[in-house]
Design a protein around this ligand. Sequence first.
Ligand code: NAI
Length: 435
Amino acid sequence: MSEAHTTEAALRFDDRVAIVTGAGRGLGRTYALELAKRGAKVVVNDLGGSKSGGDDGSASPADEVVAIIKEMGGDAVASYDSVSTAEGGEAIVQAALDAFGRVDVLVNNAGILRDKSFLKMEPEHWQAVLDVHLSGAYYVTRPAFSKMKEQGYGRIVMTTSAAGLYGNFGQANYAAAKMGLVGLMNVLAIEGGRYDIKVNTVAPVAASRLTEGLFPPDIVEKMAPEYVAPLVIFLCSSRCPESGGIYNAGMGAFNRAAVVTGSWKSLGTKDAPPTPEAIRDLFQPLRALDSRDEYPDAMAAVSGAMGAVPLEKSTKKKEKSGGDGPALTPETVAGLFEKMTEIFQPGPAKGLSVVFQYSITGECGGEWIVAVEDGTLRIEKGKADNPTTTLIMADEVFAAITTRQMSAMAAYSQKKLVIKGDLMKSQLIEKLFKF
Ligand code: NAI
């Protein structure tokens, strides 16, 4: 792999242990070789089956890759278990633990095809593909994730496909499994966040036996797995900053794919839900992806919808207090920080050590430190040296969140609250304070 565009030290995997499933051929083989070249100890898993996965398989593809790695002076072991059973998944991870004592990297790559147009797709075609791609990733990832959590470090790459992301004739089973992997990644990226387990997904395009005959011979050369592998290697590295990302990669071209959401259009009222005719009349603006928001999780998406609904509660409050209510002053903001000491929950704070930096913008803003150290709380004006998480928001947004007129999730999804540093730790705030 060319280092021509390298701007800093090479990405190395010394002392790291990687599992690559389906590594006897095609893309997986290339990932395994490249990881080994860069110092990783590799479990080369492959049951050596046919393209449709329908035979008994053979040990030779995995053995060949292990032999090449050893010839290069690297370290690798072969694993011939199928990813498609819970026992197989356990055995693959156990092979890494037996040989090398840990698991830092897992590339869920093994795959088969059973293409049929939908009505010809019998349950066995459906099940076989789901078993290898989707259940296979679950069976291998679960024991690996457990070890990664224990270690406080892990990198997992799922393999999706353009067929899943965008659709392809004759691949209902494969597309469903491949999009299932995106869902699995979304959840693992959230659950792994606090243990430095980063989970991303690649949608490769490469010439292999799975794509035989699909592409004209003159471009097949540029379609070598080596033109996909650099992205996967980066996602497997300790330098990868991303979790929960989907990347297309093929022929040396790369981009990110994402689920984006248009701005919410609120119809109907609290007392009268909208009619289907109202949807019909507003269908074009409703389907327009005007704002293209990305949500970090399902709660943020739900909060986004809530944020779009006219807040009758707060309107009524304003009416009662006569107009816009009392103006915000620096004293009100200071008072709200003071109030946080009253609503602090020492129970959930036991054993925790976190420093939240509140950067409040606007006329009544300022810098505030909210530090929690094993059950005790310290709130003071100023800037912390090395905060765990920094929360940046306008004075009125801070006031709205602390007085429960707006949820933090809604503020975040509407980009009124910006969170820097450890995003997962910011979720502790809701537990530490009873707003
Ligand atoms: P390949 O057929 O060359 O390699 C897949 C390997 O997985 C084979 O060596 C096979 O023996 C192994 N395998 C199959 N079932 C297994 C099981 N149950 N347990 C362990 N190993 C098993 O295919 P290729 O193209 O390298 O595909 C790798 C991954 O990339 C697959 O998940 C595929 O769906 C995905 N992909 C490939 C694309 C391409 O353009 N080649 C496009 C989109 C996705």
